[in-house]
Write a protein that binds this ligand. Structure first.
Ligand code: X8Z
Ligand code: ZN
Length: 621
């Protein structure tokens, strides 16, 4: 037996050596002290296991090879095995934990009990099989290569940067269609065969944890019995706005790609500037309301000024520290991977890493010098800021208040960074550019809505789709049909080429093969505006009564008051239920769409008028 496991068991044995006459107060008190002792040791050993697993995972993700894959699997299994032992000890030793006086202790034990099982509910061999399966799927995704449109014998195009660039820049319908089809065929199709077994494994783990299926298991992190209903409610509130956006964009796209549209009102999925049609900011130039007025795409400025990926991260770090937040530590700058290397395969999908040792925090991102990536840089830096803020919590609480909080931190700051006012301040927009007029605001708000509002139905449907698969509503024979049913219903889009049950188009989106819950991004899109509103009020940069200080113009740059309010919520990690963290950060304890509506109000009004003028009734068949 491995020594750390032995040590933790011996700790349990020492604790168990006491014999107690009955369950009295003093019994519980003693047991509580023992639990604290146990947890201190658990924290130490668990952090070490977690570090080893993170390190091996990093080595794999930044250098995909059989050897790194093998070690990653091994370290991950070791971690799971340890968690299983810890879980066993807790369930045996602290059976009465629910009666403990100290609520923090109760919460800690409850979390370990669940996490422990999730890591290891399966027998070791089965668990290994499951992890291998997950790896196979994400490796297909991360290493896929596609053939060029111009020359189909040239087959070494990657998603990042090649296909992403085509989707963003090409206005050639045939080329876009080709790139879309290549990606979905080269990734979705081979992943399909692994998905059903993955679903079965995931459900088995959920069930041994007393959840009905893997979808319910994911939802546990939101600690609310009514979370699904709350999300549906938010979507219903925001749907009319999405439909106005959809109608406006559809009308504009008709001008460019007229022959691609039919009476059904659906938009072909390859025309929206993004492989998954998940956010539409890349087609801004095709839909700009007032072309003669200023737009905020600063990509050209960044290039002219010689921006590098490193410089983008430095600019972001400066913004965080201007709020009095924590600067990235030296290890971060030394160890992060900020550009795509050309001598090896890596997982390009951007991610932020906590190595569980309170010291090592990294980002892995195949950064390209564009406005969109500048936002993603802030997004990732937000994750690391969260890690830094809660690093002194016990390991078990070093998580977001809920998964949506983690996704919202960097985006919240980016809402300030991307304002024309701030871009001027950091020299990315010419000082003499007028930005305060109505038309420029509408241009700006539309570009923001292409990112944020267009995303909402996508952010919702990915997990709606997987909930339906996990709970058996959808059979494997309908995997692809159901995907397109939801894509049509929620997003109002259709596939550019005929699809069948050979295809598995959901599998061509990173988070599906990578087994990452997605509702977090929907939640994030809503709550980041609540955070923004609250921090802007705190910074004195937003006044609902003053038309010269609208929410969308607010920049919290250099506001220590805003920074400390944010930090107070982040530092809690997941030690308390999320409404408490939200209360600290916003004064509210619920998700609420009023902030996002408030932010976009001028645009929503403008769109309604515009669509009426263009005779564009929102909606589709
Ligand atoms: O996956 C991400 C981040 C890492 S957490 C880059 N995002 C989602 C996506 O790319 O689909 C950020 C926005 C939504
Ligand atoms: Zn993220």
């Amino acid at each position: 037996m491995e020594w750390r496991v032995a040590a933790i068991i011996s700790l349990w044995l020492i604790a168990g050596a006491y014999s107690f006459p009955s369950v009295s107060d003093s019994f519980e008190n003693d047991l509580e002290s023992q639990a604290r002792l146990f947890l201190a040791e658990y924290d130490r050993q668990s952090s070490e296991k977690c570090f080893n697993a993170a390190n091996a995972n990093w080595n794999y993700a930044t250098d995909i090879r059989d050897e790194t894959e093998k070690i990653k699997l091994q370290k991950s299994l070791e971690n799971s095995k340890f968690q299983k032992e810890a879980w066993k000890n807790i369930t045996i030793q602290f059976k009465t934990r629910e009666n403990f006086q100290d609520p923090v202790l109760v919460r800690t034990l409850k979390k370990i009990a669940i996490i422990g099982t999730s890591a290891s509910a399966l027998p070791e061999e089965r668990l290994k099989e499951f992890k291998q399966l997950q790896n196979t799927m994400s490796k297909i995704y991360s290493t896929a290569k596609t053939c060029a449109y111009e020359d189909v014998t040239e087959c070494n195009l990657s998603l990042d940067p090649d296909l992403t660039k085509i989707m963003k820049e090409s206005r050639d319908e045939q080329q876009l269609r080709h790139a879309w089809k290549e990606w979905h065929d080269k990734v979705g199709v081979p992943i399909r065969q692994y998905y059903k077994p993955y679903v079965d494994f995931s459900n088995e783990i959920a069930k041994t944890n007393n959840f009905s299926d893997a979808g319910a298991f994911w939802l546990r992190e939101y600690e609310s019995e009514t979370f699904k209903e709350e999300i549906e409610q938010l979507w219903q509130t925001l749907k009319p706005f999405y439909q106005q956006m959809h109608a406006y964009v559809r009308a504009k796209l008709r001008d460019t790609y007229g022959d691609q549209f039919t009476e059904d009102g659906l938009i072909p999925a390859h025309l929206l500037g993004n492989m998954w049609a998940q956010s539409w900011e890349n087609i801004y130039s095709l839909v700009v309301p007032f072309p003669e007025k200023t737009s905020i795409d600063v990509t050209e400025q960044m290039k002219q000024q010689g921006y590098t990926p490193l410089k983008m991260f430095q600019v972001s770090d400066e913004f965080f520290t201007s709020l009095g937040l924590i600067p990235m530590p030296p290890e971060f700058w030394k160890e992060s991977l900020l550009e795509k290397p050309n001598d090896r395969e890596v997982v390009c999908h951007a991610s932020a890493w906590d190595f569980c040792n309170r010291k090592d925090f990294r980002i892995k991102q195949c950064t390209v010098v564009t406005t969109k990536d500048l936002i993603t840089v802030h997004h990732e830096m937000g994750h690391v800021q969260y890690y830094l803020q809660y690093k002194d919590q016990p390991l078990i609480f070093r998580r977001g208040a809920n998964p949506g909080f983690h996704e919202a931190v960097g985006d919240t700051l980016a809402l300030s960074v991307i304002t024309p006012k701030h871009l001027k301040e950091i020299g990315l927009l010419d000082d003499s550019t007028p930005i305060d007029d109505y038309e420029t605001s509408i241009n700006f708000l539309l570009s923001m809505a292409l990112e944020k509002i267009a995303f909402l139905p996508f952010g919702y449907l990915i997990d709606k789709y997987r909930w339906d698969i996990f709970d058996g509503t959808v059979e494997p024979s309908n995997y692809n049909a159901h995907w397109w049913k939801l894509r049509r219903e929620y997003q109002g889009i259709k596939p550019p080429v005929e699809r069948s049950e050979e295809n598995f188009d959901a599998g061509a989106k990173y988070h599906v093969p990578a087994d990452v819950e997605y509702l977090r991004y929907f939640v994030s899109k809503v709550i980041q505006f609540q955070f923004h509103r609250s921090l802007c009020l705190e910074a004195g940069q937003y006044d609902p009564e003053d038309p010269r200080k609208p929410l969308h113009n607010c920049d919290i740059y250099r506001s220590k008051a805003a920074g400390s309010k944010l930090a107070a919520g982040l530092a809690m990690g997941s030690s308390r239920p999320w409404p408490e963290a939200m209360k600290v950060m916003t004064g509210q304890d619920k998700m609420d769409a009023s902030a996002i509506r408030e932010y976009f109000k001028p645009l929503e009004d403008w769109l309604i008028l515009q669509n009426a003028k263009l005779a564009q009734p929102p909606g589709w068949q």
